[in-house]
Design a binder for this molecule. Structure first.
Ligand SMILES: C[C@H](O)[C@H](O)[C@H]1CNC2=NC(N)=NC(=O)C2=N1
Length: 95
């Protein structure tokens, strides 16, 4: 099983994932994605879903019309792990 991130790995987050922020009150990272319309937002979600399913690591997310809010954490370890970093990078590569 993966482990939660070390202090050193956490310190690197601002550099490796500059568009993601730590979520208050929860060991997770969040990025808000804005699109032209619902169709573009939902297209993005389908692409993320395919990546997530392949990795067997799934986002906690919501959609409101043209906006997709993605939160990543590793439920099985109760916090951030290297799997969240990997998925965040893969999601960033879609934009
Ligand atoms: C059984 C299956 O491996 C698990 O439930 C997976 C699925 N997707 C998951 N996604 C996330 N974000 N955290 C998990 O712990 C997790 N566990």
């Amino acid at each position: 099983m993966a482990k939660t991130l070390s202090d050193a790995e956490r310190a690197e987050l601002a550099d490796t994932l500059p568009d993601w922020a730590l979520v208050e009150g929860r060991d997770a990272i969040r990025r808000v994605f804005k699109f032209a319309d619902f169709s573009a937002a939902f297209g993005f979600m389908t692409r993320v879903a395919l990546i997530a399913e392949k990795a067997n690591h799934h986002p906690d997310w919501s959609n409101s019309y043209d906006t997709v809010t993605v939160e990543l954490t590793s439920h099985d370890v109760g916090g951030l792990s290297s799997r969240d970093i990997r998925l965040a990078k893969a999601i960033d590569a879609l934009r």
